[in-house]
Design a protein around this ligand. Structure first.
Ligand code: BMA
Length: 323
């Protein structure tokens, strides 16, 4: 059976071929980090950010922590997906703070979900059609929750979101759940999707996990990239891997990678405000060629790009599955 990948063609998406001699399933851009920490005169760091195709180019919502170390969301535009023009003015859609945005094209508009400060972290939801005017909806859940990620279409007639219930701080636990909504306001029918993996099977994801970019629909299931955390004697280490979720009942996991796809290894991933973090929040893909470009936060400081081929990632997920 030939693999079918959903999505609109993106023949000019950011792309670099696998470097000679590289045998990894995913590889980094040689131009990393593509967004420096001080792109804005007021930014301390720009990371864990989300981009989508928009018009003839790309738009995005960026996590920019300022030099008071306040967490805010900023809009940005780019012609090629790598050189970004980010607004200096933060978006006014957030509560006490906003971080780790995702952006999802769903029907006729772009939805932004993010970790929103409302008596603790929860999932904020807003939509826009032009990345200028944003309409804030109700928070999806009670505190405490993070990593709210929408599916790009209704499933069984309802909007669908992954999330990761947490605590107020640096949560030392965390499973991914699935929830449905008829209207983007009332969320229910919560289903458990995945727990952290047993330490002996896959240690990089043994403490907590959280959904990353918007899942990609394929004939093999929803391809989900997710981050996983290991607690070492020196603190948390954030890597990411992949899973395949059932198309109609996405709380059923069909395969889940044992090895990580990317873990902190480059200097800009190992060193920064929070060392040892690779945190993916967005991906662009071209269904024709199977190319995937993942935007990920590096050490809570800068933004990097990593590349791979969707068919190879699906094959890797099935071949190394720990289920
Ligand atoms: C998580 C979130 C992310 C961050 C990560 C590592 O809890 O706060 O924004 O990248 O920790 O510090």
């Amino acid at each position: 059976m030939t693999l079918k990948i959903s999505g609109t063609p993106l023949p000019h998406m950011p792309w670099e071929e696998r470097p000679q001699g590289c045998r990894d399933v995913m590889w980094r851009s040689l131009r990393n980090p593509i967004i420096p920490r001080d792109l804005l005169p007021t930014s301390n760091s720009i990371f864990n950010s989300a981009v989508v195709p928009y018009g003839d180019g790309y738009a995005g919502v960026f996590r920019c922590d300022d030099r008071n170390r306040r967490m805010a969301l900023h809009v940005g535009f780019s012609e090629d997906g790598t050189a970004w023009d980010i607004d200096e003015q933060p978006l006014d859609i957030v509560g006490d703070y906003g971080y780790d945005p995702r952006v999802c094209l769903l029907e006729d508009r772009y939805y932004v979900t993010w970790c929103n400060g409302y008596h603790g972290p929860t999932i904020g939801v807003a939509w826009t059609k032009d990345f200028r005017q944003f309409h804030t909806l109700e928070n999806a859940f009670l505190p405490y929750n993070r990593n709210g990620v929408l599916f790009p279409r209704r499933i069984n007639g309802r909007y669908a979101m992954l999330s990761r219930p947490s605590d107020t701080g640096h949560t030392p636990f965390g499973d991914i759940f699935y929830s449905e909504s008829p209207d983007m306001e009332f969320w229910g029918r919560h289903r458990h999707v995945m727990a952290p993996a047993p330490f002996e099977l896959s240690a990089w994801q043994c403490m907590k996990i959280g959904a990353g970019p918007v899942p990609i629909e394929t004939s093999e299931g929803w391809l989900l990239l997710y981050h996983g955390v290991l607690r070492s004697c020196n603190g948390y280490v954030y890597s990411f891997g992949s899973a395949l979720l059932d198309l109609d009942e996405p709380w059923h996991v069909l395969a889940r990678s044992g090895p990580y796809l990317l873990s902190p290894q480059m200097p800009y991933e190992l060193t920064g405000d929070v060392p040892n973090v690779c945190f993916p929040c967005a991906a662009l893909h071209d269904p024709e060629t199977g190319r995937l470009a993942v935007y990920y936060g590096c050490a809570d400081t800068v933004t990097g790009l990593a590349f791979g081929y969707i068919p190879e990632i699906i094959d890797f997920t099935k071949r190394t599955s720990i289920l």
